[in-house]
Ligand binder design. Structure first.
Ligand code: GLU
Length: 312
């Protein structure tokens, strides 16, 4: 049997808070409870949204909480790998240049959390023969050198992707109807989230992706891309878990109060108190019990996690 390989993949777009940590705790325990390996991958390709210092702070916070990992990667140091993957896709004709709006093009860069995905009707399909043609068109129309085209993945007609998620169950998406040709890269050789994440999960030998269920709708595109890339033949599994939400039911954000790990540490809270609070929400600890990650390894049970978001 192949060894389980999981990953923690934060984006340095803000400080680590209770929501990120609950998901990472589940991902880490899912791997460790079956003797698996954990990969840490900093997803720092989203320059407009990335915050200086956030990557180092996330590592510090996770280490303080007791997380460890076996391998560590930084996406901004792996651009040559994504470029190679993009070139392989270009050679197969599965991608094409697109000159549509800045907003469309920018969506190539970030992880599209629920509600952030844009439908693309295929306007630029078959429109340009080369990247250069698209660049020239864009410059004529916008008169600015900065405004670049992007690469899109050509989704075959009638493509319905379905998979069995280890937590969320069966998930099905008609990709051409809901998403359309999705963006891969914001400039000729750059890589956005979907491309970088998919290439890395395949090349790093990840066997299961555990992450927040706001990324469920982003998964079929990654599956299609993985099939097109054929970087390895092992089927990647997925496990999408509910998020931590504020009283308004929305994904945890600043307006819900300060839930940053760094501020709990400054207030004198211990890692065990924070983990105990989150573990109790998963059915692995009593209310008010303080527990370490090591204590939780034998208690881990995916089936006791409630299917509703954890409201704090
Ligand atoms: N780095 C992404 C984010 O923090 C998550 C990527 C993933 O788990 O696939 O939004």
């Amino acid at each position: 049997m192949t060894r389980y390989v999981g990953r923690l993949a934060p984006s340095p777009t803000g400080a680590l808070h209770l929501g990120n940590v609950r998901t990472f705790m589940i991902a880490w325990l899912r791997a460790r409870s079956q003797g698996g390996k954990v990969i840490f991958r900093m997803e720092d390709l989203d320059h407009p949204k990335d915050k200086p210092g956030a990557a180092a702070q996330a590592v510090k916070d996770l280490r303080w909480l007791g997380f460890d990992w076996d391998e560590e990667y930084v996406q901004s140091e792996r651009k040559a790998v994504y470029r190679e993957a993009l070139e392989a896709l270009r050679a197969t004709g599965l991608v094409y240049p697109c000159v549509c709006s800045r907003r469309d093009v920018e969506s190539a860069q970030s992880a599209p959390h629920a509600g952030e995905q844009l439908y693309y009707p295929g306007t630029c399909r078959g429109r340009f023969r080369t990247w250069q043609e698209a660049v020239e068109f864009k410059h004529r129309v916008t008169e600015t050198q900065r405004d670049k085209p992007c690469w899109r993945f050509r989704v075959p007609e009638n493509t319905v992707v379905s998979f069995d998620d280890a937590f969320a169950g069966r998930y099905e998406q008609n990709v051409p109807k809901t998403l359309g040709d999705f963006p891969l890269a914001r400039d000729e050789f750059g890589a956005g989230y979907t491309l970088a994440c998919t290439v890395d999960d395949l090349l790093m030998g990840v066997t299961e992706v555990v992450r927040g269920d706001d990324l469920l709708p982003a998964t079929p595109a990654q599956i299609l891309l993985a099939q097109a890339l054929r970087l390895c033949d092992s089927a990647l599994r997925y496990c999408h878990v509910p998020l931590v939400v504020g009283k308004d039911g929305k994904r945890l954000a600043k307006r819900h109060g300060d839930t940053r790990i760094a501020s709990y540490r400054e207030q004198g809270k211990t890692p065990e108190e924070i983990l105990g609070f989150l573990a109790a929400s998963c059915g692995w600890a009593a209310k008010g019990e303080a527990v370490s990650l090591a204590d939780l390894v034998p208690r881990f049970d995916l089936t006791t996690i409630p299917h509703a978001p954890f409201m704090i």
